[in-house]
Design a protein around this ligand. Sequence first.
Ligand SMILES: Cc1ncc(COP(=O)(O)O)c(C=O)c1O
Length: 493
Amino acid sequence: MTVQIPQTYDDLQQKYQSFISRRDNDRHLNIFWETNPSKFNENNGQKFIELSGGMPHESFFPIDSMNLNILKEPVSQDTISVDITKEKPDKLPLLRTLQYALSEGFQPLIDFIMNFITKLNNIPLYDKSLWKIIIAGGSCDSLYKFFETCTDESTTVMVEELTFVPVISNIINTGAKVIPLRLNLDNSDEGIDLNYMESLLTNWSKGPYKHLNKPKFLYTIPTGQNPTGLTQSIEKRQKIYQLAQKFDFVILEDDPYGYLKFPKFNHKDPNSNIYKDGITSQEYIEKVLMKSYISMDTDGRVVRFETFSKIFAPGMRLSFIIMNKFFYDKFLKFQEISTRQPSGIGQQIVYSTIHSMAHSSNDNDVIEAWLQWIMKLAGNYTERRNVMLESLYKTQSYKQNLLDFVEPSAGMFVIIKIHFKGDNIIEQMNDLAKIMDNNGVRAILGYKMAVDQNFSHDNLNYFRLTYAYADNTAQIKEAIDRIDKSLVQYFAK
Ligand SMILES: Cc1ncc(COP(=O)(O)O)c(C=O)c1O
């Protein structure tokens, strides 16, 4: 296997041209406005008059200013008050954020993201001039646009057998085929089953998907996977990256939960919470966070999707992607002719909030302030995770072996597997869900998140629970009590 490290844009183009969709190859962006700077000399006091852009004049915008009250930390009542005006903040005033702008997003926010991911070492290993960051309207938007750019009827995409289902629709709608990869659903070797994956790829021409082209993409949620809550080990990530090089596929790393990372559940001390004990941001980066696939990427084959949904607010509809410049250009073209640009107000609020949390506008202070916020959030999630697992261990259902579950060390989800008797799992799941509903608790039925129910026949018997949305930990305990009661009722039939 010879790995070629891209040195130039042409290298990227040569290597990744075949990863671009038929539709993108036919797609043209007709630029009807002048992009060259004017040669008009403004030195004599006369301003250049712009009559080309179809932009409303700023005095026609109905908003004059905004006042944000920003929480000092999650759940707290203490706030910091910030004014955003037509001139403030300097680098991103309202005059700019309410106006049409560049499709890639506002440079001050991109600069912040660049500083942040650099601090976290979530950056590729190849030349910095050959990769870029683009802002989009939430990871769903990022993923939709990426598949629109890269997949078509000839493409095969590997995904985890249980996954974030909207992505499957995105892929299939482009005509591409999705194939499931087996997951290890236990805490000993979490995530994609490497033996299965390697054997599938090695024996492709004799395997169950021999009628399809070899896969060009792997879509994976490596940390706090949705729905399983699993986190891939570093060793597993390294092996998957090596397989990507050997079998020439691109890794699409969707990582909305990566920052919500916590140590394994401590059975001896269920309340233990490193965030409450006080850890530094450096310890968080070095000892708690998982290494991203992008930080192993020597040849431009990782595309990393991040979102502000889980660490800021989903309603912002704001995300970003880190990818090689060749993919970036193709993506940008599609963004230009589809949604045009991510929301200016969304970018404004995220930028201003994060900058207002800091003691000064110094880049390091801003990064530290945002890390502190994220760590406090992770501390709250740790507490909720602990309470949910401790409650599950105490249930009658667990003690009577009616259920078991996988302990998550990241994200928002726990899956509980129900030990049904007989084969009609889906029917039994539906019946149990009705009893749960009558008892006032609802969860996601796992079979609805399977890529292929026949393939995942043995993994359909679970519910996905989240500890993210309860009002407080007392409510989490009450929810588990209700699930317990429902199971005991169901199995007593
Ligand atoms: C794996 C995964 N990707 C993407 C998303 C959606 O993220 P966004 O709100 O940024 O569109 C979610 C959240 O629900 C998710 O679980």
